[in-house]
Structure formats: structure tokens, C-alpha cells
Design a binder for this molecule. Structure first.
Ligand SMILES: [Zn+2]
Length: 339
């Protein structure tokens, strides 16, 4: 028995056979904030063979309260979250195979992940990305584990194509107001609980314990110490565009329009240009200096300080504007910079 995993293998439902299956498994963690950090660490420690990590953002000081893979130095260096995560995960386990992507997870990328991976873990903070994960998962018949948390509460459910209704079917029974951690805040223990429940479902699926998967949507509130499980059997829609009779997987079609949006919990506006453009960092640096703008260049992006805003420009033209919570102002700034 492998000493490293001896305690996990003694757990009967996993055993040595389950451990071998984990070592062969490839899992995608979509989002590397609070949930993504906790999930990635748990899966890497459990012995998952290959982990794909994707995230669009950089480490900030306000992340450290709950995003367990990151430290002060990485926040000072505004390191991309997946790069920071990779450093820590390799310290924890040197033989893990990691594939990191510093970008917004769009439909094309999520489809790629669904093709490559045995399982998709939702660690996002927004509805649009979850709908894309849902579409890609059902298109390629891969299970995905939904997880969301805010305040002291969380919701978890494993979606299994062919045996459960999908997220679109479930939407009418989810809370109508999607509170974000911007508005309601969040405690670290709610993150840990959500991630623990998600990872447990992942371990069940990957070790062949499919019958043990939870079949109801699990809601909990740690503060009031309450939990509710709601059933799913009657909510599957026959005409659902994802899991119905003639699915269209509409969220996966490429978008050509420039997208401008607020990122959850961060006082940050993100701009994704409709036609992807390649940014030459040398030129960006030169232009910045000519315009008397303070510019810092890293291997991953160019950072510029304009007025009170910190702008982070990636090589595919994606721009993050930190210190701004107004989408219209973000659009204006972007057009001032790039026409
Ligand atoms: Zn459905």
C-alpha cells in the first residue's frame, strides 16, 4: 500500500482500487478563487492524476481571508491566481500533473475541458459560466459538480448527464435573487464546507461509487446550523435546450461582441474584446511610457496605473480594471485606450 495514501485507502469505499482510479483521473477546476483553491488542494492531496485549472484573475489582499492557496507575497506581486496556485500545489505534491490557463473560461475553452476531463468542478462565481459548464458537460456526457456559497450558506449538487435533470431545468427552483459575496460577504468556513461537499461527490464518482452520489440538491447554512435537501425528479423539462430531446447547447456558440462586466466581489471591471487581438507587450510598454503612464511588465500581463485605476492587460487583449465598479465607465476607459 502506498504510504502517502494509506489513510485514504483504508477507507473501504475507496480502497487500493479506488486510489488507482484517482491516479488515472483528469479533472477540471473552473475558477481558482475561494472554492477553486480549496477544491484543487483537496483533489491534489487525494492523489488525482491530472488537474486542469483555469482562472482569469490575479491575487489580491482581500482574497487571503478565504482563498487558501495564496499568500501576501503573491498579492503584492499581483500574480495570476492559477500561477500562484500551481506554485503551492507543486509544493504539496511534486508528481501531480497540472495544466493552467490564465484566461476567462469561455464556451470554447470549457468544451475543450469537457473533452479532456473525466469530471468538471464548478468553482466559478457567476451564472453565465455555470450555464456553459452545464452545456459542455451534457454535450460530452461528463458529470459536473455545482457549488455556490455566500454569507454562511452553500448549495451543492452533482449533475450526471443521462441520470439527472440539468442546471437549466433546476433554475426555477433555485433562489431568485442571486446574492453575491459583494453584497452579503462570506465566511471562510462556508467556502470549506461547500468545497468539502463538492470534493466528496467527486471522490465518489471517480472511484466508481456512483450509487453513493447525492440525489437531492443540498443547501446548508452554517450560522443557523440548518440544512435542506430538495428533490429533482419532477423538474426535468423535455424541451430543455441542454438535456431535452433536441439539445442546442446554445451557450457554447462563440460570442463576437465585446463583453464588459463586473467581476464578483472585487471592485473590478473585465473587458473581453469581441475580435481577439494579440497584444505586443513591448509596444504596450513603449506606448505607456510615452504617455507618461506607470507601466509594469510581468511574464503574464502588462500593468498600468491610470488615475486611480489599476489596469491589467493580457496578451489576448483581455483587460481587467481594478478599482472600478461601473461598467459604463469601464467601457469609456477601454475605448479611450484602444479605440
Ligand atoms: Zn435540462
Amino acid at each position: 500500500m502506498d504510504e502517502r495514501y494509506s489513510r485514504q485507502q483504508k477507507f473501504k469505499p475507496i480502497g487500493q482500487h479506488g486510489q488507482r482510479l484517482l491516479e488515472k483521473a483528469t479533472v477540471a477546476v473552473i475558477g481558482c478563487g475561494a472554492l477553486g483553491s480549496a477544491i484543487a488542494e483537496m483533489l491534489v492531496r487525494a492523489g488525482i492524476g491530472h488537474l486542469h485549472l483555469v482562472d482569469r484573475d490575479v491575487v489580491e489582499i482581500s482574497n487571503l481571508q478565504r482563498q487558501q492557496l495564496f499568500c501576501e507575497r503573491q498579492a503584492r506581486e499581483t500574480m495570476p491566481k492559477v500561477v500562484a496556485a500551481e506554485q503551492r500545489l507543486r509544493e504539496i505534491r511534486s508528481d501531480v500533473q497540472l495544466t493552467i490557463t490564465i484566461d476567462h473560461a469561455d464556451g470554447t475553452h470549457i468544451e475543450h475541458l469537457a473533452r479532456q476531463c473525466d469530471l468538471l468542478m464548478d468553482a466559478t462565481d457567476n451564472f453565465e459560466t455555470r450555464i456553459m459548464i452545464n452545456d459542455a458537460a451534457y454535450k460530452y456526457r461528463r458529470p459536473w459538480v455545482y457549488g455556490a456559497c455566500v454569507g454562511s450558506t452553500g448549495v451543492v449538487f452533482p449533475f450526471v448527464p443521462g441520470s439527472s435533470a440539468c442546471l437549466r431545468c433546476l433554475l426555477p427552483s433555485l433562489p431568485a435573487v442571486n446574492e453575491t459575496c459583494d453584497m452579503a460577504g462570506i465566511i471562510g468556513s462556508a467556502v470549506q464546507m461547500t468545497a468539502a461537499l463538492q470534493c466528496t461527490e467527486a471522490l465518489k464518482w471517480l472511484t466508481g461509487n456512483k450509487d453513493a452520489l447525492i440525489r437531492k440538491v443540498h443547501h446548508f447554512d452554517l450560522w443557523s446550523h440548518t440544512r435542506i435537501d430538495s428533490g429533482l425528479t419532477r423538474i426535468k423539462r423535455l424541451n430543455c435546450p441542454t438535456c431535452g430531446d433536441s439539445p442546442t447547447f446554445e451557450s457554447l456558440s462563440p460570442i463576437r461582441k465585446t463583453q464588459i462586466e463586473m467581476l464578483c466581489g472585487q471592485n473590478t471591471v473585465q473587458v473581453i474584446p469581441g475580435n481577439s487581438r494579440t497584444i505586443d507587450f513591448d509596444e504596450a510598454e513603449r506606448t505607456g511610457r510615452l504617455a507618461n503612464i506607470s507601466v509594469r511588465r510581468t511574464p503574464y500581463f502588462v500593468e498600468m496605473h491610470i488615475k486611480e485605476y489599476r489596469m491589467i492587460l493580457f496578451s489576448n487583449g483581455r483587460l481587467l480594471i481594478h478599482g472600478l465598479n461601473d461598467v459604463h465607465q469601464g467601457r469609456k476607459l477601454y475605448h479611450q485606450l484602444f479605440g
